[in-house]
Design a protein around this ligand. Structure first.
Ligand code: ADP
Length: 622
C-alpha cells in the first residue's frame, strides 16, 4: 500500500511537472510550499530557492499588489478567483486561477497569456478603429444632402445613406439587400441603373449622368457618378456612387442664360432705338444749316425736339432701370389722389393716344381716393401703361382707364383693344428686357424695360400689378392696386406757373462749352442779359462785377466744382439776393441735399428744357 502510495506520489509529482501550466501551492502565511517544473521555469530560479519563502520576498513587486490581494481573498472566502495580471518583472501578463486548499492555503495555476492579451487588445483596438471610422462616415454620409449608395454586382443595395432612404420613404432594412424596384424606382429608372452598374463592372471605369427623377420625398434634376469598387483580386466587386440634386443650379443656369440672351437682344434693340432718332436729327441739322424758310425751320426744330424727347425718354428709362435694379430709386412721397395722378399721366400720354387715333374712355370714382405717393413716379406708372396701350393697339382702337375703390384699396386698370398677349407669355411681361415676339415686322419700338420699372415702382408704393389678356388680338388689361391713405390735407393738381417775362442778368457756369453756349444763346434770344463762363474760378472772377440775379451752374467741373464755387459765391455780399440753380446729371435726394448745403436755391436735372428754366426765372421773379 505504502509502496503503491509512494508510487502514486511520485507519479503525481512527475505528472505535475509535465503540466504545461505553472502550479504553486501557497500556505496561509503566503509562503510557497510547492512549485512544479513550469513554475520553476517561470520563476527563472530552481524551486528550492523559493519554496519555503514568502511570495514577496521572492518577488518584491508582489507586495501589496492585486495578486497578494487576490490570494488573500481566496484564502479568506474560500472562493476560486480568476484573473489576468501584468507582471512587470517578466514583462508579461499571467492568467491565474487560485483554488482554496485544504490546509487553509491555496493552489495556484498560471500561464503566460501575453500573446492572448495582446491579441485581444489588438482586436479591441481594431474594432474601435473600425467603429470610429464607421461612425465618421455614417455621420458624414447621413448628413450630406447628396445621395450616397453602394450596389453589389447583383444590382442589390449594399448601402444607402439617409438622404436616399428619405427620397424613397424606406428604412435601411427595406432597402439594403433589395433591388431597385423593391425600393420604389420606376421600371425605366431601375433598368437604366442596372445597365449602368453592369457597364461599370465590365469596364472598371466610372460613369456620369444627369437625370430628372421623382421619388416619394420629392425630386428634380440629378447629377450622378458611379465608380467601381475593386476587390483584392482586381475585379469590380461593387459599384458605389453619389447623386447630387442640381435642380436649383440648373434653374439658375437656365435663368442666367435667358438673362444673358435677353441682355444681348436688349443691347441690339438699344443701339437700334438710339439710332432711330439720331438719323432725323442729323438731317434736321443739315436742313437748318441750309434752309432759310422760317416755316420749314420751325417744323424742323419741332421735329428735332420730338426726336430728342424720344432719346431723353430712352435714357431716362435706362437710368431708372439701373436704379431699380440696384434698389436705389428714392421716392418722394406726398399726399396726392387718384384723379390728380391720372391727370398728370394723361398729360404725357394723350399726344400718343391721339396720334394713333384711339378713343380714350375714363371712368374715375367721384370721391377721388387719396393716395400717399411719389406723384411723378405714379404718373410715370400710368403713362407707361397708357403708352403701351396706345402702342400695342392698331390705330383707331379703344383704351379705357378705370379706377375703382375696393375697401382700403384702389384698383386702376388700363384696358386696350389691341394685339393682346398670349396666355403663356403673360408671366414674362414684367421681366427685364422682355419684348414679346410679333414677327419681324413690328416697328413699335421699345426696350422691354418699361413694365419692369412699372412693377418695381408699384411695389415700392405698397401695391401690386397684374396683367390679363384673352390672347392674341383680344386686347390686354393691366391693373394696378394701390393702398388708399386717409390723407386729410390733399394737395390739388399743380398749377402752371404764370407771370410776365422780364429781363434778368444771368450767369451760366458749365465746363461743357456747347451746353453753356446753347443755353446762353437761348436765354439771350428771350431778352435776358447773359454771361457764359466755363469754370468755377472764372465765375467767381466775374460775378462780383456782373452781379447776376440768377446763376445756372453745373456741379461736376474740373478745378473748382459747383459745390465749392457756390459756397464761395454765397460768401460774396454783392450776391446776397442771387438765386443759384444747380444744373446737373445727378438727381437723387442725396445730391439735392448736397446742393442745398452748398447754398444752391434750386436743383434741376439735365437735360433741362428751356420752359423749365423760364419757369424758374418767373417763379423767383414773382
Ligand atoms: P416696351 O418698351 O418694349 O414696350 P415694356 O416693358 O413696356 O417694354 O413691355 C414689354 C412687352 O410687353 C412689350 O414689348 C410688349 O410685347 C408687351 N406689352 C406691353 N404692354 C402691352 C399691351 N398693352 N398689349 C400687348 N402687349 C403689351
Amino acid at each position: 500500500m505504502s509502496t503503491g502510495s509512494r508510487v502514486l506520489e511520485l507519479d503525481q509529482a512527475q505528472v505535475l511537472d509535465q503540466l504545461p501550466v505553472g502550479l504553486v501551492t501557497i500556505d496561509s502565511d503566503l509562503r510557497y510550499t510547492y512549485a512544479n517544473m513550469e513554475a520553476e521555469r517561470f520563476a527563472g530560479m530552481p524551486r528550492n530557492e523559493f519554496v519555503g519563502r514568502v511570495i514577496y520576498e521572492v518577488f518584491p513587486a508582489l507586495r501589496g499588489g492585486p495578486l497578494e490581494e487576490a490570494f488573500t481573498h481566496t484564502m479568506t472566502t474560500r472562493e476560486v478567483s480568476r484573473f489576468t495580471l501584468p507582471f512587470a518583472p517578466h514583462d508579461t501578463w499571467y492568467e491565474l486561477v487560485a483554488h482554496p486548499a485544504a490546509d487553509g492555503g491555496i493552489v495556484v495555476f498560471f500561464h503566460d497569456s501575453k500573446r492572448r492579451v495582446l491579441q485581444e487588445a489588438e482586436v479591441a483596438a481594431l474594432r474601435e478603429q473600425r467603429d470610429s471610422t464607421r461612425r465618421l462616415y455614417e455621420t458624414a454620409l447621413a448628413n450630406t444632402p447628396d445621395f450616397v449608395y453602394v450596389w453589389g454586382r447583383d444590382h442589390k443595395f449594399r448601402y444607402a445613406n439617409q438622404a436616399l432612404l428619405d427620397l424613397y420613404g424606406v428604412t435601411a432594412e427595406e432597402c439594403i439587400g433589395h433591388g431597385f424596384r423593391e425600393v420604389g424606382y420606376p421600371e425605366w429608372h431601375a433598368l437604366m441603373h442596372e445597365r449602368e452598374i453592369d457597364e461599370v463592372v465590365r469596364t472598371g471605369k466610372p460613369l456620369r449622368g444627369t437625370i430628372p427623377f421623382y421619388g416619394k420625398g420629392g425630386g428634380g434634376i440629378y447629377d450622378y457618378i458611379f465608380v467601381p469598387v475593386f476587390g483584392p483580386d482586381g475585379e469590380v466587386e461593387a459599384v458605389a456612387g453619389t447623386t447630387r440634386d442640381v435642380t436649383e443650379l440648373d434653374r439658375a443656369n437656365q435663368a442666367l442664360k435667358d438673362t444673358d440672351r435677353r441682355k444681348d437682344e436688349f443691347l441690339a434693340t438699344l443701339a437700334h432705338e438710339l439710332r432711330n432718332p439720331l438719323a432725323p436729327m442729323r438731317s434736321g441739322l443739315d436742313l437748318l444749316g441750309m434752309e432759310n424758310d422760317e416755316n420749314t425751320r420751325q417744323r424742323t426744330v419741332a421735329m428735332m425736339e420730338r426726336q430728342l424727347g424720344q432719346m431723353v425718354h430712352l435714357v431716362d428709362d435706362l437710368l431708372d432701370l439701373s436704379r431699380v435694379s440696384r434698389g436705389v430709386i428714392e421716392l418722394r412721397p406726398e399726399p396726392t389722389s387718384v384723379n390728380a395722378m391720372v391727370e398728370l399721366a394723361l398729360e404725357t400720354s394723350r399726344p400718343l393716344i391721339e396720334r394713333y387715333g384711339h378713343t380714350l374712355v375714363l371712368e374715375l370714382p367721384k370721391d377721388d381716393p387719396p393716395l400717399l405717393g411719389d406723384r411723378t413716379r405714379l404718373a410715370q406708372v400710368f403713362s407707361n401703361l397708357l403708352n403701351n396701350a396706345a402702342k400695342y393697339t392698331e390705330p383707331g382702337g379703344r383704351i379705357a382707364l378705370k379706377a375703382e375703390r375696393k375697401s382700403e384699396e384702389v384698383i386702376v386698370s388700363v384696358t386696350d383693344s389691341g394685339i393682346g398677349i398670349e396666355q403663356h407669355e403673360l408671366g414674362r411681361v414684367f421681366d427685364m428686357f422682355t419684348r414679346l415676339s410679333r414677327g419681324g415686322t413690328d416697328t413699335r419700338g421699345g426696350l422691354g424695360i418699361g413694365l419692369h420699372i412699372v412693377k418695381r415702382l408699384v411695389e415700392m408704393h405698397g401695391g401690386r400689378i397684374e396683367v390679363a389678356s384673352e390672347g392674341a388680338l383680344r386686347g390686354s388689361t393691366f391693373s394696378v392696386t394701390l393702398p388708399i391713405t386717409a390723407a386729410k390735407d390733399q394737395v390739388g393738381p399743380m398749377r402752371p406757373t404764370t407771370g410776365v417775362a422780364k429781363s434778368h442778368r444771368i450767369l451760366i457756369v458749365d465746363d461743357n462749352v456747347d451746353a453753356a453756349f446753347t443755353l446762353s444763346v437761348m436765354l439771350k434770344n428771350k431778352g435776358h442779359q447773359v454771361h457764359a463762363t466755363y469754370g468755377g474760378q472764372e465765375a467767381l472772377d466775374i460775378a462780383g462785377t456782373f452781379r447776376p440775379e440768377f446763376i445756372f451752374m453745373d456741379i461736376g467741373m474740373p478745378g473748382l466744382d459747383g459745390y465749392e464755387a457756390c459756397k464761395r459765391l454765397r460768401a460774396m455780399p454783392a450776391l446776397r439776393d442771387t438765386r443759384i440753380v444747380a444744373l446737373t446729371g445727378w438727381g437723387q435726394e442725396k445730391d439735392r441735399q448736397l446742393a442745398r448745403e452748398a447754398g444752391f436755391n434750386d436743383h434741376l436735372v439735365k437735360p433741362v428744357p428751356l420752359s423749365v428754366i423760364e419757369a424758374t426765372l418767373m417763379h423767383a421773379g414773382s
